[in-house]
Ligand binder design. Structure first.
Ligand SMILES: *Cc1c(COP(=O)(O)O)cnc(C)c1O
Length: 422
């Protein structure tokens, strides 16, 4: 019986990732019951390992002071290197193609300095409609910074009217007419509103065939999708550390630069001492000698406490295996989507694509008669999702700490709330 609490509990018992939930602090309500936390797409939860790792760094700071740069258990001077390999594995890159630094929007700017180099004939940037506002602000300011006008240089890809999705044919169409004028294609994956995951490989090939540079904002993709950045070949990608990656609020962000650009001395970049060749960095010479690889884009020595939490979290991803995580994630998503589709209430419309390779964890439930009270009632029922104006409830069951039984509880709560809604 698929439509029963027993069935979902059975799935939990058979879950090969079952033990990971206990490694996390699950937020609780006033009565000390676990909340159903479906907000990992916004702020992932704290693991006990990450908690201990931050304490370790505080202790090493207390014990060693400045000597911690070399004497700490994980010496601070090369701390970012501990993150390159596990992070690279998660996004399908080579370790030297990945570095954790700054925040996402900062990294996006740094990447555009190198990969958005407009000329009179080729100055446009193509982004998707309903791109996250920060990306839009960053892109517009880069266009203006180079002396161009966003009204002419910014092309916004609007979803096809039917289902709100962006199709590869649409991108093809725009490139056919404006491709020679497009300097940069910048796409997010997964789309934060619909939950649609875009085909990175196809978009990259297409953009490249028109001579455009191509980058991805993987804020909702890293730690969620099974990515293959090296193979798919975009010029760059950026993502944040606090959503699916569970690095903690405001955590340091990710940056991927494809290997083919690593020793290109002609690529403009903004430099700082942490991007300087590490062998001679502390000779403090006046001439910048760039480090080969994504590390060469670093500016400052990084925040160790934020990195400590992220390092342990990435190790959990590595241990669990991105394939296992992805399998469970898709399974959870489909179980819930199927329950909702079978229920077929007229006020409910699932706007996330049905096909497995077109989605991640996130399930976007559109209310045909939008009323935020429905969302508020979910909170009263111990369910933490989030609300996207004007009409969408976003739910992100993540495979590391969410379990199958929660899906059935969520489904029943939503059903009860909507059926009792006036
Ligand atoms: C979360 C998110 C951001 C946030 O930017 P920060 O620089 O980390 O504050 C930006 N873009 C997208 C697409 C996001 O999902």
């Amino acid at each position: 019986m698929k439509n029963s609490s027993d069935y979902f509990q059975q799935l939990d018992q058979e879950d090969v990732l079952h033990q990971y939930r206990d490694m996390f602090f699950i937020p609780k309500n006033k009565n000390n019951n676990d909340l159903i936390y479906y907000c990992g797409n916004s702020l992932g939860l704290l693991s006990k390992q990450a908690n201990a790792a931050v304490k370790q760094e505080l202790d090493d700071w207390a014990t060693y002071g400045v000597e911690g740069h070399l004497e700490a258990k994980y010496p601070w001077v090369k701390y970012h290197e501990f993150l390159c390999e596990p992070m690279a594995e998660i996004v399908g890159a080579k370790p030297k193609e990945v570095v954790m630094m700054n925040g996402l929007t900062t990294n996006l700017h740094l990447m555009m300095i190198s990969f958005y180099r407009p000329t009179k004939t080729r100055h446009k940037i193509l982004i998707e409609f309903s791109a996250f506002p920060s990306d839009r602000y960053a892109v517009e300011s880069q266009i203006k910074f180079h002396g161009y006008d966003p009204n002419e240089s910014l092309i916004i890809l609007k979803p096809s009217s039917k289902n709100g999705y962006i199709t590869i044919e649409q991108i093809q169409e725009i490139l056919k007419t404006e491709g020679e004028e497009i300097a940069l294609v910048l796409i997010g994956s997964v789309n934060y509103y619909t939950g649609q995951a875009y085909p990175i490989s196809q978009i990259t090939k297409l953009a490249k065939s028109y001579g455009a540079n191509v980058g991805f904002d993987l804020a909702h993709g890293a730690g969620n999708l099974d990515l293959k950045l090296h193979e798919d070949g975009p010029d760059f990608a950026v993502w944040c550390g606090y959503k699916y990656l569970n690095g903690g609020p405001g955590c340091i962000a990710g940056c991927f630069v494809h290997e083919r650009h690593h020793d290109d001395n002609n690529l403009p970049r903004l430099s700082g001492w942490w991007g300087h060749d590490k062998v001679s960095r502390f000779k403090m010479g006046s001439k910048f000698e760039m480090m080969i690889g994504a590390e060469g884009w670093q500016l400052s020595n990084p925040p160790i406490l934020a990195m400590a939490a992220l390092r342990e979290s990435l190790l959990l991803f590595q241990k669990a295996g991105i394939n296992n995580l992805r399998t469970k994630s898709i399974r959870m998503h489909n179980l819930l989507a199927n329950l909702l589709r079978e229920w077929a209430h007229p006020n409910i419309n699932i706007i996330t694509p049905e096909k497995d390779d077109e989605k991640g964890c996130q399930l976007s439930i559109q209310l045909k008669q939008p009323d935020k009270k429905i969302f508020n009632s979910l909170i009263e029922n111990n369910i933490i999702g989030d609300w996207r104006e004007p009409d969408v409830i976003r739910i992100a069951p993540v495979p590391l700490y969410n379990c199958y039984s929660e899906l059935f509880i969520f489904y029943n709560s939503l059903k009860r709330i909507i059926e009792n809604h006036g």
